[in-house]
Ligand binder design. Structure first.
Ligand code: BTN
Length: 226
């Protein structure tokens, strides 16, 4: 469960995920680290995550009663969709966990595992949501889509409340979380992207097929050439 009392705020930091990874031993389970600006924001697959002022950039530390890492990623994605739906933005998940609206990225999630001697010690979930900030051309923001500015702390508070409600439910029925996640994906099984037909969707990889050639991919960019 997440609590507002376990919130640590920075005006500027390299990356909230890096901070949590470096300090997890001294931080409580459920700690949330928020930054106004990240100077070295990180995305999936070693990408850079541009994090100027006006966006919601935060990480959450989980170290008790750990579930599998994807549980937290999917839960965060479903929580973000619900917040966006309340703002009348019908966003979808671009596999595996990017939040898109009309072909542009609104939000990304970076889940990292901290392990020692092969044992998982903690999980860090980093969330970036473009709110009032400028974005690169392939991205968009809540403010661009709605034409309004939003209070970052309020969105975080709503995130915490919704996340806790979903957590209580989905920890009992994790298979329903996977169903909810699949239902909200932009690309589904049997869809074709650039001639590749999606044969199988899991949280970690996709199996795609072109003619008789099957391949396993871990990023949709491998099909888009992006
Ligand atoms: C992605 O789409 O590739 C994931 C982006 C994750 C960005 C967030 S912002 C807060 C946290 N700190 C980071 O350095 N990255 C995540």
């Amino acid at each position: 469960m997440l609590e507002k009392s376990k919130l640590i705020c920075f005006d500027k930091i390299n990356s909230t995920n890096t901070y949590v990874k470096e300090n997890y031993k001294n931080l409580d389970n459920g700690t949330i680290v928020l930054a106004k600006v990240q100077t070295q924001g990180r995305g999936r697959l070693g990408r850079v995550w541009i994090s100027q002022e006006g966006g919601l950039w935060f990480s959450i530390l989980f170290k008790k009663n750990l579930k599998y890492p994807n549980f937290y990623t999917k839960l965060s994605a479903i929580t973000l969709l619900s917040i966006l739906k309340n703002l009348k933005i019908s966003a979808k998940i671009k596999w595996p966990n990017d939040i898109f609206f009309k072909g542009k990225k609104l939000s990304g999630i970076l889940t990292e595992i901290i392990s020692k001697n092969g044992k998982v010690q903690a999980i860090v979930v980093g969330i970036g949501l473009n709110v009032n900030n400028e974005t690169p051309p392939e991205g968009t923001s809540v403010s661009k889509v709605t034409g309004k500015k939003f209070e970052i702390n309020l969105i975080l508070e709503i995130f915490i409340n919704k996340f806790n409600i979903y957590y209580k439910f989905f920890r009992l029925f994790p298979f329903l979380l996977t169903i909810a996640w699949k239902k909200n994906l932009i690309f589904k099984r049997n869809d074709t992207i650039n001639g590749y037909k999606i044969k199988k969707i899991t949280s970690e990889y996709l199996i795609v097929q072109k003619n008789d050639f099957k391949k396993k991919i871990s990023s949709i960019h491998e099909l888009e050439g992006g």
